[in-house]
Design a binder for this molecule. Structure first.
Ligand code: SPV
Ligand code: MG
Length: 292
C-alpha cells in the first residue's frame, strides 16, 4: 500500500486540473478495480450502471445506496487510485445526497458525482424520459454535500444532463454555471450523441471555469487529442470492463455447455494468473514473516 500525505480528494482535483486529460476507468468491484490499476489508469469511476449490473439490478435506482457503497468500499480497498463515485441523483433530497457524500468520503472515496435528474433516475442511454431537476433544488444538494464533507478537497462533481434530456447546450451551460456557484468542484457534461460535437460546443463556451469530465460511451472513436484541445480534465471509460465481462462470461458459459471444458480452458485466465493478480505470493511472504 502506498501512503501519501495528500487526501484522495486532493489527488483527484490535481488530476482533473492537470494539463492532460486523465483517463478514468469504470470499476464496480475489487476485481475490476485491480485490473484497471494494472492497465495504468490514473483514477477510477465507481459506476452506478456497472455496480447495479453486478448486483443483477437495473440502473434506475433499483439498488439501494447502501448496497452500492458496499461495492464502492471494495473498489477503494483494491487500489490507491482516487475513486470518483457515481452518486446518481443523491437518492432523494439534499439530506440523502449529503449523507451519501459523507459516507462515501468516510470509506475513502475521492469525490461524488451527482446528476441533475429526478429520483428515481433512469440510465442516460435508456429511453427518452430524463426529467431534469429544478436548478435551485439541485444547487441545494451540491451545497449541502459541500458543507457536510470533512475534506475541503473532496470533489463534489455536478453532472449536467441537459444534453441527454434534449434541452440543448445553452441550458447545459446555464445549469453548469449555477452548479459552479453552488460549490461544485467539477462538471460532468454527458452526451449520448455518436460524435463529440455538442460536447465541443459546450466546452468551448464553458472556457475552463471548472474542470470538465466526459464519458464517451457513444463517441468513443473521438481522436484522443481532441479531449486535450477542449481542455477536458477527465475522460471516464464508464462501462467497458463490465461489457467485456458480459461478453467473456457468456462465451465461456456457452462454449462449456456446447463444446466442453477442454474448449474453454485455453480461452480463459489460468488460476495462476488470478493468483498473481490477487497477490497470493505477497501473502506467502507475509506468512513467512509474521507466523512464528
Ligand atoms: C454510469 O457509469 O453509471 C454512468 C455513466 O452514469 S453512463 O452509464 O454512461 O451514463
Ligand atoms: Mg450512473
Amino acid at each position: 500500500m502506498t501512503v501519501t500525505s495528500t487526501s484522495p480528494g486532493a489527488r483527484l482535483r490535481e488530476l482533473l486540473a492537470g494539463p492532460e486529460p486523465t483517463p478514468i476507468m469504470g470499476a464496480y468491484d475489487g476485481l475490476s478495480a485491480r485490473i484497471a490499476v494494472e492497465a495504468g489508469f490514473g483514477a477510477l469511476w465507481a459506476s452506478g450502471l456497472c455496480m447495479s449490473t453486478a448486483l443483477g439490478l437495473r440502473d434506475s435506482d433499483e439498488a439501494s445506496w447502501t448496497d452500492l457503497l458496499a461495492l464502492v468500499a471494495r473498489v477503494v480497498e483494491a487500489t490507491d487510485l482516487p475513486v470518483l463515485v457515481d452518486g446518481d441523483t443523491g437518492y432523494g433530497n439534499f439530506n440523502t445526497a449529503r449523507r451519501f457524500a459523507t459516507q462515501a468520503e468516510r470509506i475513502g472515496a475521492a469525490g461524488v458525482c451527482l446528476e441533475d435528474k429526478v429520483f428515481p433516475k433512469m440510465n442516460s442511454f435508456v429511453g427518452d424520459r430524463h426529467a431534469l431537476a429544478p436548478i435551485g433544488e439541485f444547487c441545494g444538494k451540491v451545497e449541502a454535500c459541500r458543507d457536510a464533507v470533512r475534506d475541503p478537497d473532496f470533489v463534489i462533481a455536478a453532472r449536467v444532463e441537459a444534453l441527454i434530456a434534449g434541452a440543448g447546450v445553452e441550458e447545459g451551460l446555464r445549469r453548469a454555471e449555477a452548479y459552479r456557484e453552488a460549490g461544485a468542484g467539477a462538471i460532468f457534461i454527458h452526451s449520448r450523441q455518436s460524435t463529440i460535437d455538442e460536447i465541443r460546443e459546450f466546452a468551448r463556451e464553458w472556457g475552463g471555469k471548472l474542470p470538465l469530465v466526459v464519458s464517451p460511451t457513444t463517441y468513443y472513436d473521438t481522436a484522443p487529442e481532441v479531449y486535450a484541445e477542449l481542455g477536458i480534465g477527465g475522460v471516464i471509460w464508464a462501462n467497458q470492463t463490465m461489457r467485456a465481462a458480459v461478453t467473456a462470461m457468456r462465451q465461456a458459459c456457452r462454449v462449456l455447455r456446447t463444446e466442453g471444458p477442454a474448449e474453454v480452458e485455453p480461452t480463459i485466465a489460468s488460476l495462476d494468473e488470478v493468483f498473481a493478480l490477487m497477490g497470493y505470493a505477497q501473502l506467502a511472504e507475509d506468512e513467512a514473516r509474521y507466523t512464528p
